[in-house]
Design a protein around this ligand. Structure first.
Ligand code: GRF
Length: 216
């Protein structure tokens, strides 16, 4: 089996990265985590990746100042040098130019800790709590120039508790993130995801019928 070569881009602790690395250890997983790139030299996730035996690279954005295209050129060289076919953003705190996003169209995923299209941007858990939604969750989506938007590949939901804080809610959502990201990447790497009219359709994926109802 040829496994699709994936780069994970991080800026921080890298728990989603770790979930992807763990999933890709399975012999039948269709993707290989070939590279972890961080724009932050001391990101905790980098150390975690090294300990897992994954190749890492740092492409610091600071020397490029406001020149996003130059930063992206450096990033692209690291991706090219490692034969990367797919990108997973996992807590990567930089915005891309439309040119970079277009170049990776249909080949770059992101994860966001809300049920998009609700609560994009910063503090999604605070937004969810203030809105009083009873279900929240996480979304894996293709990256388009607009932030936290793009065709949705996978979502997972949990109930919001009356006494949740942004912290407790984010903990339960994070556990969902760690399940749906490996799932979404596997579907994409297997070539089972088609983008049709801005929506993802799947070859041979099961959609459960059971509702998640809160409260009970
Ligand atoms: C996650 O909540 C992810 O959804 C968001 O940033 C956070 C990154 O966490 N985009 P980690 O670095 O994967 O632990």
């Amino acid at each position: 089996m040829t496994r699709t070569r994936v780069a994970i881009l991080i800026s921080g602790r890298g728990s989603n990265m770790a979930a992807l690395i763990a999933a890709a250890r399975a012999a039948d997983y269709p993707a290989e985590i070939a590279l972890v790139v961080s724009n932050v030299a001391d990101a905790a996730g980098l150390q975690r990746a090294r300990e897992a035996g994954i190749k890492t690279a740092v492409v610091d954005h600071k020397p490029f100042g406001k020149d996003r295209a130059a930063f992206e050129a450096a990033l692209q060289s690291a991706l090219d040098a490692n034969g990367i076919a797919l990108i997973c953003l996992a807590g990567f705190m930089r915005l891309f130019t439309a040119a970079f996003v277009t170049r990776w169209h249909g080949r770059m995923l992101n994860i966001h800790p809300s049920l998009l299209q609700s609560f994009p941007g910063l503090d999604p858990h605070g937004q969810a709590l203030r809105a009083g939604v009873k279900l929240s969750g996480a979304t894996v989506h293709f990256v388009i120039p607009e932030t936290d938007a793009g065709p949705i590949v996978a979502q997972g939901a949990i109930a919001v508790h009356d006494d949740d804080t942004a912290e407790t809610l984010s903990g339960r959502v994070l556990a969902v993130e760690h399940r749906i990201y490996p799932l979404a990447l596997a579907l994409l790497a297997q070539g089972r995801v088609r983008i049709v009219g801005g929506r993802c359709l799947f070859d041979g994926a099961t959609m459960p019928d059971a509702p998640l109802i809160a409260p009970q």
